[in-house]
Design a protein around this ligand. Structure first.
Ligand code: SAM
Length: 235
């Protein structure tokens, strides 16, 4: 059975599409999407040999060799422009996801939807989308096994739209749609983050070293203010 997290990611795949799942590990996501009839075919990309072998075994065991191709390579180098219409990148940090997109930009021609699931640092992903003409169209936050995950869905379009009628800095950090919805998982995540940021700021202030930590302090203070404002604002 697929994890709740990956099932949620699969829910955003455009029906009838050809999918590339980058950093596929066991290829659970493309196999599931194919078995459910969501996709017509898929590519599972992996950079490391171990996960690549797991992906191959899983595709083989599922009898999906004719539909899902497992390819070894770094990020989007495993696909050609116009080969797929949907890309999923899940279970990595936001910095890695944005660097995969940045380095594979020319492969995004013809891609109609990106479904990105950063474990941490979703802000990096939102900034990349904003700067590269990908319009965030939906977001989801969910909890599984005591961990909180975010899913970001984007399509080519006017990437400014989600940030037009809200506090842009807060929205890049916390997600424009997630702020709008402000559900209990979101509140839980940001209460935890807030406590964490306050703790770090406190430690830095106690250590008394200025200099290179000054920028970090400013960033922490800014983010603390943004998060407090959003959490305290009555819906
Ligand atoms: N996508 C699956 C999921 O969400 O459950 C697997 C997540 S796993 C934690 C991350 C996978 O990404 C690893 O198997 C790793 O080898 C792969 N990976 C990391 N960097 C990559 C890159 N630049 N290109 C392709 N795969 C990468």
């Amino acid at each position: 059975k697929l994890s709740k997290r990956l099932e949620a990611v699969a829910g955003y795949i455009t029906p009838g599409s050809t999918l590339a799942d980058i950093g596929s590990d066991h290829a659970y996501l493309p196999c599931y999407a194919l078995n459910k009839g969501i996709i017509r075919k898929g590519v599972a990309g992996e950079v490391s040999q171990g996960p690549l072998n797991s992906a191959r075994s899983q595709v083989q065991a599922s009898g999906l060799n004719d539909f899902i191709e497992v390819r070894k390579g770094d990020g989007l180098e495993v696909i050609s422009p116009y080969e797929v219409d949907c890309i999923t990148i899940a279970g990595m940090g936001g910095t890695l996801i944005s660097s995969i997109l940045e380095h594979g930009k020319e492969k995004l021609s013809g891609v109609k939807r990106l479904i990105l699931q950063p474990n941490i640092g979703a802000k990096n992903v939102r900034v990349w989308l904003l700067e590269n003409g990908w319009e965030l169209i939906q977001e989801e936050i969910l909890e599984e096994d005591q961990k909180i995950y975010e899913i970001l869905v984007a399509e080519p379009g006017n990437s400014m739209i989600p940030y037009e009628h809200c506090n842009k800095d807060a929205s890049l950090l916390m997600g424009p749609f997630l702020i709008q919805e402000k559900n209990s998982i979101f509140e839980k995540k940001w209460a935890l983050e807030l406590a964490h940021m306050r703790r770090i700021l406190n430690q830095i202030e106690k250590s008394g070293q200025g200099g290179e930590l000054a920028a970090k302090k400013t960033e922490l203070r800014d983010n603390i203010n943004l998060v407090e404002e959003i959490l305290n604002h009555e819906a």
